[in-house]
Design a protein around this ligand. Sequence first.
Ligand code: 5GP
Length: 131
Amino acid sequence: MTIFSKIIAGEIPSYKCAEDEKHYAFLDINPVAKGHTLVVPKREVDYLFDLTDEELAALTVFAKRVAAAIKTAYPCRKVGMAVLGLEVNHAHIHLIPLQSEGDMDFRKDKLQLPAEEMQAIADNIHKAFCQ
Ligand code: 5GP
């Protein structure tokens, strides 16, 4: 079972931003920017491009809805989308609010935000997602 499957199952806590029957979105624990969110399929698949065409399309459409919620909660120029998957072997999409190109730099020092602020960010995105 991957760490993301444990998060989806509620065995490990997460800052939940959105959910539907087949997908889950939660804050990255080491964000590169405020609102950095991970979008994952509930089905455990390592590599994003090993998802079926239908699963990949559905995940992308779900990510589109989450991105709209992020932009509502945290006005930004655009929400960037990235796929790495080098650390966690459970397919996922990174969604990152962008003010500048540097906001998408995964090599820079990650933000350390207090738990209350992480919870508030997740709540704001979740509220926008549910509107
Ligand atoms: P990647 O696999 O795309 O290279 O990186 C995995 C991402 O997942 C990283 O940005 C890392 O901070 C995040 N991550 C790893 N473990 C956890 C976790 O237990 N909880 C959360 N919320 N994020 C995690």
